[in-house]
Write a protein that binds this ligand. Structure first.
Ligand SMILES: Cc1cc2nc3c(=O)[nH]c(=O)nc-3n(C[C@H](O)[C@H](O)[C@H](O)COP(=O)(O)OP(=O)(O)OC[C@H]3O[C@@H](n4cnc5c(N)ncnc54)[C@H](O)[C@@H]3O)c2cc1C
Length: 346
């Protein structure tokens, strides 16, 4: 019998580790290369909304994750400046979990299943047959004239009206998400036409909102967990099609969805699940690498193309003050519109 072809995954974030777990469950030899080390904080709203929860459940990971520290979010509120524009039950509950816990838990689960994890190891080789790119966002320093960057920090002593609060500020939006254990995750996406220096010193100015905003009032008495602060720049949110990628890619390496949807982690889990079957077939010699890659690209494009289009439209509207005001006004009054936007962006 021919031994199974090993799979090498570049990137031990959510997509890479979930794919590694799925492949190990099918007996495929897998090595994950991860440039960083665990546990570590990541820029993320830490709010998992959408079909990725189903992917985790089918992989048998959901209950273990809940035991490890994932909570549930059932409500969301939206604020623009001084005013509350809408508070709503979520049409479907989300999972809330710190990336410090989540990535570490998945890494240990992957190793428990016999996967080889090379942490602190940056891959600089080719992406040929058997090598999957799960290395996160492709850096885009300037996107349509704007520099997009993200900031995140945890804090204690922040009282919220809902499990998730979204605050719209002149340069972007900031999500406050309740985490199990009493901490709140504060995560923002911002855009700037000019380079933004000193983020490590000035993050409180960006995440704190204008002086007269509800966001500012929320964070006045916050006790920040300083070592949880992290930032990321060079984000590109233009939808990409898997069929146009030359490499076999999953997660953000395939395409990013605007963070306001809270669906990026879900797409990482979903794309990993979609890739597992074709890669296992390749490993057993049942299909060629090109066939496996095409099957994964077809399934990912089928699952993501429409949602990415809606999410891009939503992101554009939220960055234009008049369109944003109209959208929030209407969504506050129309359950049909609120549900429609929610369902189509995940
Ligand atoms: C501001 C902001 C807020 C967000 N909020 C949310 C949210 O609330 N909900 C949500 O679902 N999503 C959110 N997201 C998106 C979410 O964080 C991503 O979609 C998710 O992390 C993608 O997972 P991934 O595994 O594809 O990439 P990553 O988690 O980025 O993992 C990629 C990994 O690859 C490693 N790597 C890269 N290159 C190499 C190399 N050459 N060799 C070895 N290792 C390498 C990196 O170290 C990294 O660990 C947000 C994103 C931003 C920017």
């Amino acid at each position: 019998m021919i031994p199974p072809h090993p799979i090498t995954i570049i990137g031990g974030g959510l997509a890479g580790l979930t794919l590694g777990i799925g492949l190990r469950q099918r007996g495929v030899p897998v090595t994950v290369w991860e440039a960083g080390r665990y546990p570590r904080h990541r820029v993320c709203g830490e709010f998992i909304s959408g079909g990725g929860q189903g992917s985790l459940a089918r992989l048998g990971l959901l209950s273990g994750l809940q035991t490890a520290g994932a909570g549930s979010a059932a409500s969301a509120a939206f604020f623009a400046g001084k005013s509350l524009v809408a508070a709503r039950p979520l049409p479907a509950a989300a999972l809330c979990v710190s990336r410090f816990v989540l990535d570490d838990w998945l890494a240990r689960e992957f190793q428990r299943l016999g996967g080889e994890l090379r942490s602190g190891a940056r891959w600089s080789g080719e992406f040929g047959p058997g090598v999957v790119r799960a290395s996160g966002r492709r850096v885009e320093p300037v996107a349509a004239g704007w520099r997009l960057f993200g900031l995140k920090v945890h804090a204690r002593g922040v009282a919220l009206d809902a499990d998730l609060e979204m605050h719209f500020v002149p340069a972007g939006y900031v999500g406050l998400c309740r985490l199990p254990g009493g901490e709140v995750n504060i995560c923002g996406l911002f855009r700037s036409a000019a380079p933004v220096p000193d983020l490590a010193q000035r993050w409180r100015d960006w995440l704190g909102g204008p002086a007269d905003s509800v966001l500012h009032a929320r964070l006045v008495g916050a006790e920040f967990v300083d070592d949880s602060f992290c930032s990321v720049a060079g984000l590109g949110l233009r939808p990409q099609r898997a069929a146009q990628r030359h490499e076999c890619s999953v997660g953000d390496a395939l395409t990013m969805i605007p963070p306001v949807t809270g669906n990026g982690m879900s797409m990482a889990f979903e794309s990993a699940e979609l890739a597992t079957g074709p890669l296992a077939k390749f490993s057993r010699g049942e299909v060629t690498w090109a066939q496996a890659q095409q099957a994964i690209a077809r399934d990912c494009d089928g699952a993501f193309t429409a949602r990415l289009r809606w999410a891009a439209w939503l992101q554009r509207a939220l960055f234009q003050p008049s369109a944003r005001a109209a959208l929030l006004f209407l969504a506050a009054r129309s359950e049909w519109l609120w549900r429609g936007i929610f369902v189509r962006t995940r």
